[in-house]
Design a protein around this ligand. Sequence first.
Ligand code: PMV
Length: 370
Amino acid sequence: MTAQDFVLESYNSNIEKGKVKWSSPSNIALIKYWGKREQQIPENPSISFTLSNCKTITEVTYTKKKTGDFSFNVIFEGKENEAFKPKIQTFFERVEAYVPFLRDYHFTIETSNTFPHSSGIASSASGMSALALCMMSIEEKLTAYEDVISTEQSDEKSQNYFNQKASFLARLGSGSACRSIEGELVVWGQNESTESSDLYGIRFSGEVHSNFKKYQDTILLVDKGEKQVSSTVGHQLMHGHPFAKERFKQAHHNLGKLKAVFASGDLDNFVKIVESEALTLHAMMMTSMPYFILMKPNTLEIINRIWTYRKTNNSHVCFTLDAGANVHVLYPENEKESVLRFIKNELADYCQNKQYITDYVGKGAQFMKN
Ligand code: PMV
């Protein structure tokens, strides 16, 4: 597929109004995407677990208007919200070439998250993927008549095409959002180990051992404040970064290793690859110019306690980090009870207001009937 394949050529603009609604999850990268080129093309491949509980629910009402400027309003958790508008305006500008009906309708975008607001959890992956899916459902409604005319076209507008284009649009909103459409493992970024594309996320096609079934992710809310560095700035710091080339190479290499780990169920090596990826992401930020330390003292305290617990209990619990201080604690389902006890008794003390969110690997976004 090329970007050109996602351009919508014609649609029925006589449809006056309608409503669509999607719920879309967040995801947590195991191999990290950090560094991008124009049009949100990643510098290296990444792979993530799709989550289940951390979701954005978005309903878009579209009402016909005279063509002209983009027109939309955003209602976040029941209240009119101006702060999200610039990001959505940019999203519309980037995706307009592929969903040309954007100027023909006024959109009311009602959105809410299942996780607490300002928890420090990036809502851009779930938020942008939910919005992209709504746009795809609108595209489907405006082109429904074509399906009847041409079987070839109806083939093209299959589930596969729908998901690929939704992921393609989501990527233009926020890179990692393209990994939130499907589950349970999604690869994004061309590589030699797996079926892949730079343009959209693809379900990991390799073998996955039952050790990874319903893998658990408990998110420890260490710092709920504003991010110190936005991911846009973070990605830019990889331009001219002294270690960038090696890092991009390493991500390819780690993805190959992880593919073998998924097939064999080798949890010891899973832990090594995943923790090393998280620390490398942070190392990139510490060694860029300007430099940043995004971990907090409590992040380090938690990491040390996870290491001690793992050793003492012969456990496979491990951590990963996003570009912030919160810690994702990953563990197999058969350790759920003991690790949750450990989190509650020991790690919760290092979270703001003792807050954490329990989640696990999920199957992807869901269309919601009104
Ligand atoms: O999608 P963005 O541009 O917000 O970048 C997110 C990058 C990381 O979360 C740090 C890593 C990843 O692959 O999700």
